[in-house]
Design a protein around this ligand. Structure first.
Ligand code: NDP
Length: 438
């Protein structure tokens, strides 16, 4: 770990992600001679390739602006590089390397042939016109296209990259290469997308939550659920949790949180989808528009008494002080829709207080898994029905939970994070050893 920190200075999020995995799997690696002899973990934490490029694009005033673009191709041991693109002003190599590293274990857990990657830009889509977004995406792809391909590296969406951006990126890829193929996932259904892909991360997170509840002889009915974020993951986690009887009390964005004591209804989720995906407004407008919903400026969902927290916005958004007060107020489950939303000291506190903790690399893997299903449909040149994709998604989440239990059971309790890390590691490590990569 010291060597990794020295070789990758000023990358705190990357160090955090690597340390979390190292600490939890070290006893397993030491016990299993096959893995202990080699510096497998150290090799895994070094990206196979890191690409950086300039994106210059024209704004609506006719001026040229410039942003940084990246693709971190982390691991191709079990399949082509696979992982999303994030457009957000906070994007830098530390964040993309942490996300790409997490992706190794997540993609391995899906049991599909998916390597790991992540990319994006420090471009801020907020307040930009459709034309500016289009020009930015086209210029981003003009650089990225030479590094990706449907059997090399298959990007998807993440924060700030949804169906609109994937459309513009795909249009430019096709124009440059003259190829119509499955180089991106998260495409719109009419031209190669998969049914249930937009829903998959949120739905999958709730399916995983159901398994955690079942392990403790509980179910979703009547549980008070707090969800952070109001983007892709949060919208569909809320939708599925409501459908299954949960009382979803919060959604949020970077400006504040909305709270519905009696629970949000499907009509509120439909309003949020249009608000966020089309009008690109603030979550406050949900409270402005409906009775029984309050808005709290600059606050997060964690101030309310909840039995289940589904952090679904961004990294390090749930800290020790917040979990401390949540646990005093009856919190029993934290299941991560986002990547690494819970800080390390908060995770230790959850374990110490018998709160079931579902790590993002397991609980939000339904998104990339369904991207894998989109790739299969593209390769077969056919579409599966919603029901078929949803059944496969449920099967994959059940299988991920089973792996977490198999490798994470310890003296009467289950450490799902340890289980996810070990199960994810074994498949990739075995492939690396087979292929002479370690
Ligand atoms: P979206 O861009 O659709 O939504 C992001 C949401 O999080 C918005 O409500 C946004 O609010 C909020 N948010 C983002 N950054 C911050 C911040 N710094 N502070 C407070 N709120 C913030 O992204 P997704 O829903 O796709 O992604 C959410 C999380 O889920 C990310 O961690 C992502 O990596 C992870 N994830 C996503 C998958 C997917 O399939 N989309 C798959 C697996 C994981 P605002 O609009 O105000 O910025």
């Amino acid at each position: 770990m010291d060597r990794i920190i020295k070789k990758n200075p000023n990358q705190p999020e990357f160090h955090q992600a690597v340390l979390e995995v190292f600490e939890s799997i070290l006893p397993f690696v030491v016990k299993n001679k096959k893995y202990a002899k080699r510096t497998l973990l150290e090799i895994m934490s070094e990206p196979e390739r890191t690409i950086g490029f300039r994106i210059s694009w024209q704004n609506d005033e006719g001026n040229i602006e410039v942003n940084k673009g990246y693709r971190v191709q982390m691991s191709s041991s079990i399949g082509p590089y696979k992982g999303g693109l994030r457009f957000h002003p906070s994007v830098n190599l530390s964040i993309l390397k942490f996300l790409a590293f997490e992706q190794i274990f997540k993609n391995s857990l899906t049991s599909l042939p998916l390597g790991a990657g992540k990319g994006g830009s420090d471009f801020d889509p907020k307040g930009k016109s459709d034309n500016e977004i289009r020009r930015f995406c086209q210029n981003f792809m003009t650089e990225l296209y030479r590094h990706i391909g449907d059997s090399t590296d298959i990007p998807a969406g993440d924060i700030g990259v949804g169906a609109r951006e994937i459309g513009y990126l795909f249009g430019q890829y096709k124009k440059i290469t003259n190829q119509f193929n499955g180089v991106l996932t998260g495409k719109t259904y009419g031209w190669g997308g998969s049914l249930i892909r937009p829903e998959a991360t949120g739905y999958g997170c709730v399916y995983f939550t159901q398994h955690l509840l079942k392990d403790r002889n509980e179910d979703l009915e009547g549980q008070k659920i707090g969800i952070s974020g109001s983007g892709n993951v949060a919208q569909y986690a809320a939708e599925k949790a409501i459908e299954l009887g949960g009382i979803v009390q919060t959604l949020s964005d970077s400006k504040g949180v909305v709270y519905a004591e009696n629970g949000l209804k499907q009509e509120h989720i439909e309003f949020t989808k249009i608000l966020k995906n089309e009008k690109r407004g603030r979550i406050k407008e949900l409270a402005d528009h409906f009775d029984g919903i309050k808005y709290f400026e600059s606050e997060k969902p964690w101030r309310f008494p909840l039995s289940i927290a589904l952090p679904s916005a961004t990294q390090n958004e749930l800290n020790l002080g917040e979990v401390n007060s949540l646990v005093s107020n009856g919190l029993k489950y934290v299941v991560e829709g986002a990547n690494m939303p819970t800080t390390p000291d908060a995770i230790s506190f959850l374990h110490a207080n018998n709160v079931a903790y579902g790590p993002g690399k397991a609980s939000n893997a339904g998104g990339v898994a369904t991207s894998g299903l989109e790739m299969s449909q593209n390769a077969l040149k056919l579409h599966w029905s919603s029901q078929e994709v949803d059944q496969k998604l449920q099967g994959i989440m059940t299988n991920i939970h089973a792996q977490c239990k198999e490798f994470g059971s310890e003296s009467g309790s289950i450490n799902y994070a340890k289980g996810a890390n070990i199960a994810g590691f074994v498949r990739v490590a075995d492939a690396m050893l087979d292929q002479g990569l370690a």
